[in-house]
Design a protein around this ligand. Structure first.
Ligand code: ARG
Length: 576
């Protein structure tokens, strides 16, 4: 049920019947205030301007032609030509009833697309740190949302698994292995990387060996490839544990690291040269882009192959976009990468489009996000200024949630408590990130995210348990509710109308990759349910009709909250 789409259709038809061009826009949106109805159509003004007609006159014509019988109880013209639409309560009740019975909350089937989602993308032999948190969390919500809608989602974990640093990493792995006969465990990747770097900087012989290994690795040497593989596997096994803790859907099979594109790179450079897009400049191969100017105002040069023959991050992203279209068959590619890499991506894609590697019908979208900041508004760091390890952050979340939940539920059995603590602790971190508009920086604040008040995971999870418990207390089963949904109270109608806006909401989230829109919707829904619950008797309603109808509203609210939280990757529990 997508009311916005339905009304857009109806208003457009009326506009066209009133003389507007076929591509006119009805501009239907949810009204900000109840006095303006449930929806308003704002398209009349711009169409009237094009037609050279007084807007109110056009509005009157449109309203006369508008066929909303049975859907709206009232249609009004306001101001210069806004059309305010008030939904009919009986229609709302009927639709809500249908949604309750339908699978997937009655969302209309989509024309399935293949959507590649690039997210998480940690680096090999490095611990995943808070910088990867946003990409992992927001990207996973996007993947869940698109697949819930019925699209084919390909999760692409663009792991940093290639580069000159592997010479030193292989040399160091070899050293560690020689010294410890036992199979080593790289439990502290950060430490491993630091030690490798230290040896490289301080030991000339080691550095020599490291440089030789880079060359051998690039040449496909068996031994070096084996050592490299080991580093990748150890890192990804560790990351997989983190994904599991985070309830993130990425698996080992989703790893499509930078190295995957190596074989394509020489061909791409040769092709860009042949197409006249790339030229030799001071020994390197460069693409000059008129779209970007350097500080002297000249076209910016993007290096795609260095003097020494090495390729760059940009070259890989050119190949990667091509691969996602050609080989994976993507209709859309969504990149969840922080905003500091925006220019890099735009340059890579400008080259991709110029070379014709990906047609314009396939969209490449950078769903960028800002940084995670500490309470002081500076980049989030440990007290001593180091980067915060993700695993430490999760430990702290569990510890804090543990105290909170144990206090509130002194009698809960230990295994249930553990489940709840996990859902709340991990949920809090994820929801705090998801609920903020992703384009801005956000402040990481434990107290806020674990609060039971406001737009937080604990609040939403608690709201769900309350709604679910109403239904359970009634001791009825969904199939017992045989009477139609019928409403008399304002609060019931407001709740039902909002429930019907789930599809509209998820459509926006899917189009724009903005999970905070889902969070705000669910938060609002929980608030409307509270109002309804406090003012309308459910189990002691005046009639059996009202009792069943209100139970249906509670049930649909519970389902909507759960489904919405599912698409965000936030777990629900039955009590807390
Ligand atoms: N590994 C990179 C980093 O840690 C992120 C990769 C993002 N994806 C891409 N296609 N460039 O910064």
């Amino acid at each position: 049920m997508n009311i916005q789409a339905l009304l857009s259709d109806k208003v457009s038809q009326a506009l066209i019947a009133a003389g507007a061009p076929a591509d006119c826009e009805a501009q239907v949106r949810q009204s900000a205030k109840a006095q303006f109805g449930d929806y308003q159509a704002n398209g009349v003004m711009s169409v009237a301007k094009k037609l050279g007609m007084p807007p109110r006159q056009l509005a009157e014509k449109v309203v006369a032609l508008l066929q909303l019988d049975g859907i709206a109880s009232k249609v009004e013209i306001a101001g210069p030509g806004f059309i305010n639409i008030f939904l009919d309560a009986a229609w709302v009740a009927q639709q809500a009833d249908a949604v309750l019975r339908a699978p997937k909350l009655g969302i209309a089937p989509v024309a399935p697309q293949t959507i590649v989602i690039d997210y998480s993308a940690p680096n090999v032999a490095k611990e995943m740190h808070v910088g990867h948190v946003r990409s992992t969390i927001i990207g996973d919500a996007a993947a869940r949302t698109q697949s819930f809608l019925g699209h084919k989602v390909i999760r692409a974990n663009h792991v940093g698994d290639w580069g000159t640093q592997f010479g030193m990493l292989i040399a160091y792995l070899e050293k560690v292995q020689n010294e410890n006969a036992d199979e080593m465990e790289l439990s502290d990747l950060e430490q491993f990387y630091r030690e490798a770097k230290r040896h490289y900087d301080e030991d000339a012989e080691f550095a020599e060996r490291a440089r030789a290994y880079v060359v051998k690795l690039q040449g496909g040497d068996d031994y070096c490839l084996k050592m490299w593989r080991k580093l990748v596997d150890i890192t990804m096994a560790q990351n997989q544990k983190t994904y599991k803790r985070l309830n993130v859907t990425l698996t080992e099979d989703d790893v499509m690291g930078e190295s995957l594109y190596n074989a394509m790179l020489p061909g791409i450079v040769a092709d860009l040269k042949a197409k006249g897009l790339a030229v030799e400049s001071e020994g390197a191969t460069v693409v000059f882009l008129d779209e970007y100017k350097n500080k002297d105002g000249d076209p910016m040069g993007v290096i795609i192959q260095k003097k020494d023959g090495g390729y760059l991050y940009t070259t890989t992203d050119i190949a990667c976009a091509k691969y996602r279209y050609e080989t994976l068959g993507a209709d859309r590619v969504l990149y969840y990468i922080d905003s500091r890499q925006h220019q890099h991506l735009m340059q890579a894609w400008t080259i991709v489009r110029k070379a014709g590697y990906v047609p314009d019908s396939v969209s490449l979208e950078h769903h960028m996000f800002g940084m995670m900041l500490g309470k002081d508004g500076k980049p989030f760091k440990t007290r001593s200024g180091g980067t915060i390890k993700l695993s430490d952050l999760l430990d702290e979340a569990i510890e804090r949630a543990g105290k909170l939940i144990a206090e509130k539920n002194p009698d809960m059995p230990a295994d249930e408590l553990q489940k709840v603590v996990n859902a709340v602790g991990i949920g809090a971190i994820k929801y705090a990130d998801l609920s903020k508009s992703r384009t801005t920086d956000y402040i990481f604040d434990w107290d806020n995210m674990l609060s039971f008040e406001g737009n937080t995971a604990p609040y939403m999870q608690y709201a769900y348990t309350r709604v679910a418990s109403v239904f359970k207390r009634a001791g009825v089963d969904e199939s017992d509710l045989t009477l139609p949904l019928a409403m008399t109270e304002e609060r019931e109608i407001a709740l039902a109308t909002r429930l019907l806006q789930f599809e509209e909401t998820i459509t926006v989230v899917a189009r724009e990759g903005t999970p905070h829109v889902m969070c705000s919707y669910l938060y609002d829904l929980a608030g409307l349910f509270s109002g309804f619950y406090e003012h309308c008797q459910i189990l002691n309603a005046d009639s059996e009709e009202a009792r069943q109808s209100r139970l249906k509203l509670a049930l649909l609210t519970a389902k909507t909250l759960k489904t919405g939280l599912d698409t965000l990757g936030i777990e629900t529990v039955e009590r807390m």
